[in-house]
Ligand binder design. Structure first.
Ligand code: 1CP
Length: 372
């Protein structure tokens, strides 16, 4: 298993370490830039592969997942990071729930968790090597295919976001099923969240041992919670993940990697106070959505934690001039905020973006994030 073999895997030396330096708090010469969902439906070469392979077939076939991960890297030499092609919903799959990807609706779980009695349908002990070994294989293959061009990021979904899908049975606008669990079954919800967290931690450890050089946890639906619910339900399993990942890696003699928490919409000042110190949380970087100003966030969190973000994703529909104006304006705020900055959108890139506009966006970030 990877726990005993990881030291023997050999990788090409890294040529662009901007991301890793910014993730250590360095005010780099310019901001490293990558884009959430950078391998996706806006790329014609992605759609070409999807014509002949289902979504989860792409995730589960290491050669395809690796090729899809490299597509944006090959097309855009200005990207400073790659993120492995997979999906957050492989964790519910590994726990025993069926997940389908439907072209119009996105993820669908035909048999969601309705009451705590449905815990009986979840696997007791999840062996991530057995259930998700394809992801580890894809990571090792991709790190070799990158040939040191940029670092490779591994990821997972956050327990609350995964619980939302597991209870709703898919995406939701109201989150009535998953949030009603928090009121009706608070203790069982906490137990479920910790079970999910434990699988997430194993998944992240496996990705690092397979070659991932940084990690991100996506809490896409954190903004559906009250600040009290975030603190009570979402945060403890997030801390379980970071603490277990750090502990297990240390035990195996691994130096560890930086971890980013993207808790979209978790923008209450009291929430920032809880997340400001990586020594406590285990998260070195906080990903910001586009609704907050980096200077204001810096005032709340101080400089111990690095920040990632947070250009409005719809700026990519703004045309060449609009893109340049907004990247210039927003970059000035980021440079004023100071501290480690990883440039990104405030959420994933959307399917109708023109590939050349993504290229222009990256060019603008290189230009306007430069520190003189
Ligand atoms: O660069 C990359 O594309 C990396 C791979 C990646 C990542 C990091 C994919 C591929 N998905 C994700 C994360 C993910 N998946 C998140 C967290 C980030 C975010 O908030 O955007 C979430 C919430 C999902 C769940 C998911 N998977 C959705 C959202 C649906 C909803 O409820 O709003 C969708 C549409 C998917 C499908 C999916 N995942 C990835 C791709 C390229 C696609 C498109 C589907 C297809 O090709 O048919």
């Amino acid at each position: 298993s990877l726990a005993s073999t990881w030291k023997e895997i050999e990788f090409p030396p890294l040529k662009n370490d901007l991301l890793l330096r910014a993730a250590k708090g360095e005010e780099t010469e310019r901001a490293p830039v990558w884009v959430m969902r950078q391998a996706g439906r806006y790329l014609p070469e992605f759609m070409e592969v999807r014509k002949s392979h289902s979504f989860f077939e792409c995730c589960q076939t290491p050669s395809i997942a690796s090729a899809l991960t490299l597509q944006p890297i090959d097309r855009y030499p200005r990207l400073d990071a790659s993120i492995i092609f997979c999906d957050i919903l492989v964790v519910p799959q590994a726990m025993g729930l069926e997940v389908l990807m439907e072209p119009s609706r996105g993820p669908v779980l035909p048999n969601p968790l309705v009451t705590p009695a449905d815990f009986s349908r979840l696997r007791e002990d999840v062996d991530v090597q057995k259930e998700l070994g394809y992801l580890f294989e894809a990571i090792t293959m991709t790190r070799k295919g990158l040939a040191g061009r940029v670092p490779l990021i591994g990821f997972c979904g956050a327990p609350w976001t995964l619980m939302a899908y597991m209870c709703e049975g898919g995406g939701s606008k109201t989150f009535e099923k998953s949030k009603s669990w928090l009121y009706k079954y608070p203790e069982e919800s906490k137990a479920l969240l910790l079970r999910v967290a434990d699988v997430c931690a194993d998944l992240l450890v496996g990705q690092v041992l397979a070659g991932a050089q940084m990690l991100q946890v996506f809490d896409s639906w954190a903004g559906e919670l009250t600040p009290y619910q975030f603190k009570t339900f979402a945060l403890p399993p997030l801390l379980h993940i970071s603490h277990k990942v750090r502990h297990v890696l240390k035990t195996l003699g691994h130096p560890g990697v930086a971890i980013t928490l993207f808790a979209k919409g978790a923008n209450a000042p009291s929430t920032y106070a809880l997340l400001a110190d990586p020594a406590v949380t285990g998260y070195d970087n906080l990903g910001l959505d586009w609704t907050v100003d980096p200077v204001e966030v810096r005032e709340l969190v101080g400089k111990k934690v690095n920040l990632q973000g947070n250009f409005d994703p719809t700026v990519l529909y703004g045309g060449k001039e609009g893109i340049e104006q907004e990247i210039k304006r927003a970059s000035e705020r980021w440079l004023k905020a100071g501290g480690g900055w990883i440039a990104n959108l405030g959420h994933g890139i959307t399917p109708n973006v023109k590939p050349e506009d993504m290229g222009w966006f990256l060019e603008c970030v290189h230009k306007y994030s430069a520190r003189s």
